[in-house]
Design a protein around this ligand. Structure first.
Ligand code: AMP
Ligand code: MG
Length: 399
């Protein structure tokens, strides 16, 4: 049995790159950008008015002119016009091109408009209310660096530089496999000795948050069925996430089946709770990475977040790190195992705090919904209320 730190290190050392692909802009959100994006023109591309009002030439105001004859209107989306005379002004709308010869915009709130004339009522500054061409970013400058997850604002930048398609990191093809004779499908009514399968739905739903559409499979606790099923799965997927079948029970066939299929076991069993029987390895022949999560829902869920997610992030070239959270109550880990403790979060004085969630062991599925993440507690460690601890968010942690 190895320590949590050693297991975590081995998992991260075995990250994989899945290459790159082009996707339509509309599918880019949440993907990892695989190309630097340069501005195809200046930002903004022309001197644009930031107010509705009039455009004037500042030198005219400086020379004592405060009432201007309205020459015309500059609307957003209309080609640039020319201010024909220093005594003239052009009514201008937000987003419109500032006319040639004009250099200053006065907003309507500071004007009196009557009989085709605009009188300026307040002092004016040269260049006011104009967003200068290239003032944010110049043409050719990198506006988005590769290696970052694409968020809504990056989608906006990609749109504005004309990227109908974007190069992103490819996502792995993942099979989420449940095992166990006690499991029946969701639409079925379980017999007294059965339960409906839930882990494969939980894991597939968690993967959806990473933009991965997984394939759900189920194998019964039958050695030959598992062996044939797993073998086929290796051929079709980059990653197999299994739940159940890796503990010490009579029907936990996976470790032996893996051996028979020539899988390279990188570790089995970790000094941790929940999820001690965690199994991790690689099927080199098909280049498949295998995570065998113990079947208890709390174990599968914790191990998914503790091991698989950082592995996925590293594989996609993303940085992985954990925030610290303030512990609201004392906790003593009397075991020699690293503990992943279910916690729910709340804000106090704008600081994220964690209270412990009561759970009936790792099999307690229903209390997982009250859990916003797991606190990581080192073996034989005692923590007082108020201490800061590393926290793995599993759900939205802020209200
Ligand atoms: P195992 O790791 O196969 O020994 O399973 C441990 C516990 O987790 C057993 O009580 C199983 O019934 C339960 N379990 C295993 N797989 C699932 C699943 N996909 N959904 C819900 N519970 C499961
Ligand atoms: Mg089982």
């Amino acid at each position: 049995m190895i320590t949590f730190e050693a297991a975590h290190r081995i998992v991260l050392e075995n990250s994989v790159s899945f290459g790159e692909e082009r996707v339509p802009l509309s599918e880019g959100l949440g993907r990892v950008l695989a190309e630097d994006i340069a501005a195809d023109r200046d930002f903004p591309p022309y001197d644009r008015s930031t107010r509705d009002g009039i455009a004037i030439r500042f030198s005219a105001w400086e020379a004592g002119i405060s009432s201007f004859t309205i020459q015309g209107v500059a609307a957003a989306g209309a080609p640039q016009i020319t201010l024909q005379n220093d005594r003239f002004c052009v009514e201008i709308m937000t987003g419109a091109m500032v006319p040639t010869n004009a250099d200053t915009v006065v907003m309507y709130e500071q004007l009196n408009i009557e009989d085709g004339h605009a009188t300026v009522l307040q002092p004016v500054r040269l260049g006011q209310n104009i967003h200068k061409k290239g003032g944010d970013t110049e043409k050719g400058e990198v506006v988005l660096k590769k290696g970052k997850k694409i968020g809504p604002s990056a989608i906006g930048v990609l749109a504005s530089v004309g990227k109908t398609e974007v190069l992103v990191k490819k996502l792995p093809k993942i099979a989420v496999v449940s095992t166990g004779n006690e499991l029946v499908a969701v639409h079925e009514t379980p017999e007294p000795h059965q339960i409906r399968t839930s882990n494969s739905y939980t894991v597939a739903a968690a993967l959806e948050k990473e933009k991965i559409v997984a394939t759900r499979l189920h194998f019964s606790d039958n050695r030959e069925e598992i062996k044939a099923g797993i073998d086929k799965t290796f051929q079709n997927f980059d990653v197999v996430l299994l739940s159940g079948g890796v503990s010490k029970g009579k029907y936990d066939f996976l470790p032996e089946v893996f051996k028979e299929l020539g899988v390279d076991q990188l570790f089995h069993r970790v000094k941790q709770r929940p999820g001690k029987p965690l199994w991790f390895g690689k099927h080199r022949a098909s280049d498949t990475t295998i995570f065998g999560f113990p079947g208890n829902p709390g174990s599968t869920y914790a191990n998914y977040h503790v091991y698989f997610l950082p592995w996925l992030f590293k594989s996609l070239g993303l940085k992985w790190g954990l925030p610290k959270i303030r512990l609201a109550e004392a906790f003593q880990n009397t075991t020699d195992l690293t503990r992943f403790i279910r916690a729910s979060t709340y804000l106090e004085d704008n600081e994220l705090c964690a209270t412990l969630v009561k759970a009936n062991g790792s099999g307690d599925l229903t209390s997982l919904v009250a859990t916003s993440g797991f606190l990581i507690i080192a073996p034989e460690k005692e923590h007082s209320a108020g201490e800061l601890l590393p926290f793995i968010p599993t759900e939205k942690t802020l209200p």
